[in-house]
Design a protein around this ligand. Structure first.
Ligand code: 3HC
Length: 392
């Protein structure tokens, strides 16, 4: 794409290494930064593993050729000074992001775009750690795990973000082979993580209260709802530290949720998921192992109870004008690999059944986070649908 050839990725963890891989695959020259050599070495070996999978399938030619476009550094300032476009993918803590952005402000060349892959922290707050003249260059660019496979990128506009920075992030996402969706309001968790957090928290809370078993809800997500992963399986994949940080950041900024205790307990016990070899399931060698979930386990679970909280959040985002119905559905299809959009699920079960399920959850789990959104009640009240002319 015009004017951008060198990309600097800050943070070599789960997301950073994947973003660097995607950029190198698309011909960009990439520098990857982290604070310890062992993190950089780990990232390079994960990128090589992934490239070898792609090469085995014939999707790409030589992994070496792609690897040759990736260099690493322990020096943030020198990495930033040579870049046209920076993508920060450091841990989800505001003090960490603010420190990185203030250093990028001093070292990046004038005009470089400073994107953050934050998944839950406001772009506006992050942008306020750079000097006023640069705030327009700070934009959200939220990828999904694994970046090499997931198609979606949420491009998020903060209050100071310029049209030029939004346009540059959108164009770069396209140049990386992704499908961007523009999120026009800087709400905590944007579109996908808000919807995902509702699904994960409800599933987890039902298990925490002993209403269902973990494998039952995961089997129902996969076999009744057709999702690629169950809630506990997905939590392992994301990482309990990341998930816990995301939920805390969102709740601290007004997201109404009583977080399920099982996530925090797993984190405190060091059961972080795939990255530590064990989360809710075992992942020997810190490699994802898909749990066997017998389809018969799904029968015990009412799938509407699992999907209704996610629909409720989507209805809120639509009613508040954060994104359109079609963009929300595109976002869950491409960011979570759901087989259908969240409003298509709503219509499949019926908005009235979704509202009743939310009322049941309020009773079962005793939290007002399940209070049905006025938009669902309005559509259910007149016997309507989210797609009045049939599935999108
Ligand atoms: N690189 C290359 N290939 C990969 C890969 C990677 N990183 N990860 C998986 N693959 C390949 C596998 O090798 C396999 O190839 P094959 O079909 O030729 O054997 C194929 O993808 C399928 O993988 P698996 O058989 O291991 O497992 P699945 O069929 O379950 O697919 C998945 C894996 C694509 C990750 C699928 O489970 C999925 O879509 N899960 C949902 C992921 C999701 O929701 N991500 C978003 C999380 S939220 C987020 O990221 C936001 C953040 O802010 C938290």
């Amino acid at each position: 794409m015009s004017g951008i050839s060198r990309i600097f990725v800050v943070g070599a963890g789960t997301m950073g290494h994947g973003i660097a891989e995607v950029a190198a695959l698309r011909g960009f020259s990439v520098t990857l930064y982290d604070i310890k050599q062992e993190f950089l070495d780990g990232a390079l070996s994960r990128i090589r593993w992934s490239l070898e999978r792609l090469a085995e399938k014939g999707t790409i030619g030589s992994p070496d050729e792609v690897m040759s476009r990736i260099s690493t550094t322990l020096d943030l300032e020198s990495g930033a000074s040579g870049a046209d476009f920076v993508i920060e993918a450091a841990p989800e803590r505001m003090e960490v992001k603010r420190d990185i952005f203030s250093r990028l402000d001093r070292s990046a060349r004038p005009g470089a775009v400073l994107a953050t892959n934050t998944s839950s922290l406001p772009i506006t707050e992050i942008s306020e750690s750079v000097s006023e003249g640069r705030r327009g260059s700070v934009v959200g660019m939220h990828f999904f795990n694994p970046p090499v496979i997931m198609q979606l990128v949420e491009v998020v506009r903060g209050s100071h973000t310029s049209d030029a920075a939004v346009g540059a992030a959108y164009d770069l996402a396209r140049a990386l082979g992704k499908q961007p969706v523009i999120v026009s309001r800087d709400v905590p968790g944007f579109i996908v993580n808000r919807i995902m957090a509702r699904f994960l928290n409800a599933a987890c809370s039902l298990v925490e209260r002993g209403i269902y078993g973990m494998e039952q809800v995961d089997a129902a997500a996969r076999h009744s709802l057709g999702m690629p992963m169950g809630a506990f399986e997905l939590s392992d994949y994301i990482g309990m530290d990341v998930l816990d940080d995301i939920i805390r950041a969102m709740v601290a900024r007004g997201f109404r949720m009583r977080p399920c205790g099982l996530f925090g307990e797993a984190r405190a016990a060091g059961r972080l998921g795939v990255k530590s070899g064990r989360g809710f399931y075992e992942h020997p060698g810190a490699k994802f192992r898909k749990p066997e979930l017998d389809p018969s386990l799904a029968g015990a679970v009412d799938p509407v109870l699992l999907i209704a909280p996610a629909v409720n959040e989507a209805a809120y985002l639509l009613r508040e004008g954060v994104a359109s119905r079609d963009d929300i559905d595109k976002a869950v299809r491409l960011g979570l690999n759901y087989p259908r959009g969240i409003f298509e699920y709503a219509d499949q079960y019926g908005p009235g059944a979704i509202a009743s399920a939310l009322r049941r959850l309020e009773g079962l789990l005793g939290s007002d986070e399940y209070e049905p959104d006025p938009l669902i009640l309005e559509i259910a009240g007149r016997g309507g649908r989210f797609y009045p002319r049939g599935p999108g």
